[in-house]
Ligand binder design. Sequence first.
Ligand code: GDP
Length: 432
Amino acid sequence: LPVIAIVGRPNVGKSALVNRILGRREAVVEDTPGVTRDRVAYKGEWLDRRFTLVDTGGWEPDAKGIDASVALQAEVAIDLCDVVLFVVDATVGATATDEHVVRLLRKTKKPVFLVANKVDDARQESEAAALWNLGLGEPHPVSALHGRGVADMLEAVFKVLPQVSAVAKDEFGGPRRVAILGRPNVGKSSLLNKAAGEERVVVNELAGTTRDPVDEQIELGGKIWRFVDTAGIRRRVHMQQGADFYASLRTQAALEKAEVAVVLLDVSQPISEQDVRIIDLVLESGRALVLAYNKWDLLDDDRRRYLEREIEKDLHHVAWAPRVNISARTGRHLEKLVPALETALESWDTRIATGKFNAFLTELTQQTPHPLRGGKQPRILFGTQAASRPPTFVLFTTGFLDPGYRRFIQRRLREIYGFEGSPIVVNMRVRE
Ligand code: GDP
């Protein structure tokens, strides 16, 4: 999906605009300044156009660092998104901070829309017009609060988006798209450099798009792979505050573009909450997953035993993900990454014919019927795979299945079909 980012100083109405575009009434969860929030990307839909909206306002700077923080938001947005909506408060006019951000935004080839907010009635339109002098083109006057002008503004945005998402056209048949994820310092850029350095970098810039070159195509194991968002990995952004927020934003935006994620873990460090959170974002996104345990060269026997215990404890829920033990520094086992990616993607693409799936369900329910509940027993009438990428199943039942029984079905599905490296989803439709 195309990614739209909203950038602007505090109090210009970014949250209100996010809510307005997403069609939500209530405010986004109230944020304490500096406190990070996990959800920063939202799925939106506007007149049948689907997109991802990234709210960089989830991280508001403290008073002394406004310039730096908003500049960082802008950089993040340029890095990760297809279109930037730069919001200015028309009742205040352009401030020094706004002008500072504009200088950054003008460096990108990506489309930037100047949104003049708080234009609540026609009389204020002249204030919006004054923003022409920011040099970002025509200001789009809106009232995020009342909805005025928002439809026109989005229409202009979507006129530009088709060209932008031309990149997505090679989704089918083109190189498969891989996101390299992991917390700072796990070795993402080292891995990328090793992969790109030893093999041939086929294309650096993807021509013919308005997108800044953020992806790289690299030949590995005789095939070309598209590593998404590599510019963001190579260009390291340092910051005191908001590092988690930035990382989470990057992870979600990269997942949006990827089909499979390689999550890097640093074996010289304990598995952290942040590692688990990144893996959970992959699961939430429904992308295929490979786990790469990096810095294997640093491992001694004691740490190794401890690592295996940690994996059993903290990563048990993704035991189905292919695992590679690598060293980005020495190049150890990097060649194993390709078969792992292939396996994960194959599982992700899998389709099981309806007949076969129902034979599986019949056998399963005969061997292990759903436990009786108040003398009654919910039955599975029929099942079908509704989608792949990831495999998504729908069960038509005569009552709600117990969570335990649903997990049992998932386990059996994995036992029979594998699905190594792919999440699977089992939904229910209850017919009373
Ligand atoms: P990123 O923040 O995830 O991109 O991490 P970097 O690739 O910048 O790596 C962080 C640090 O870990 C650097 O000092 C690397 O040299 C080091 N590093 C990366 N991979 C390995 C590895 O396999 N073994 C060892 N010993 N060090 C590594």
